[in-house]
Ligand binder design. Sequence first.
Ligand code: GDP
Length: 365
Amino acid sequence: MKLGIVGLPNVGKSTLFNSLTKAGAESANYPFCTIDPNVGVVPVPDFRLKLLSDLYQSEKLTPATIEFVDIAGLVKGASKGEGLGNQFLANIREVDAIVHVVRCFEDTNVIHVDGSVDPLRDIETINLELIFADLEVLERRIAKTGRGAKNDKALAKELASLEKLKAVLEDGRQAKALEPEDEDEAELIASLNLLTDKPVIYAANVAEDDLADDGASNAHVQAVRKYAAGEGSEVFVICAQIEQEIAELDEEEKKMFLDDLGLKESGLEKLITASYHILGLISYLTAGVQETRAWTITRGTKAPQAAGKIHTDFERGFIRAEVVNYQDLLDCKAYSAAKEKGLVRLEGKDYVVQDGDVILFRFNV
Ligand code: GDP
């Protein structure tokens, strides 16, 4: 799963990206933290892992991860090839969701590309570029579909959907604003992989002083919240600069620092967790002496496919799953005790795996 960080220059993208990857490298001991300078693998915070690995005295603890991509260079005119425009738009096409950083902090030392702090104007500048890029894709598809549509009912229907979508974009709205009429239309739209169809989280980058009340007294943040509500997107208030400082600290210092600010978790942790959920992802867990680990699946995944995340053999030879809720397991203090109490269930191939299930798979090789 990949999230792309976008935003105008100088809004704090790199600061946020660096603190994300730094925090990732420090906290998880994860071997592939930086794949390339613009891609970072970040562990998903999960308090359950530590508790389980303590119970099992596991040698290793492996969190679920998501990838963040720093997509710099998105500027006004990018869709027309300004800057390195089109190349960056291609990078965004590969991500599952977008984190759109908007500047809500005032600082005369940090120049704004458009001269003043105005998050709504910034959001619209970026969104317009994304819309233009989508229109280009759509126009190409319309031309192609149009050629065959005269003698083909299915293609004619497709063409009508494409034209409808085009009208939405030309109206300055995003692809996700269109409610698909039926399955076919939903599938068609999904197949286009449009930028403005991807889920968005707005990260409102505020000054340190605005953190305590979650940006409530910052008019810029209020404006972003209202805008995001209109399109059904979420807003997260962060201070990229503080996150960068927090990322440098060890666990204990971090806790003290957050306490001082009146916060329970860092903005990054909130952002990562929220991204995970927005993507419809959950984790199941495996626990043992060798390793305690979280595995990422989409909500609704059945047991054999969940097993397939560990190894394709597990899916192919799936017999059954032994499942216990992590809290039940912790309460019983041992797997055997949970089993005696009847809290370990035997589940078959139709079982839909739940967030927080601790699973032992039985399979034929
Ligand atoms: P990018 O171009 O969007 O990647 O922006 P950068 O992350 O490079 O940040 C641009 C400038 O803004 C840098 O000088 C940062 O130190 C500064 N900056 C980033 N976040 C904050 C913030 O939360 N508050 C303040 N005052 N400055 C920030």
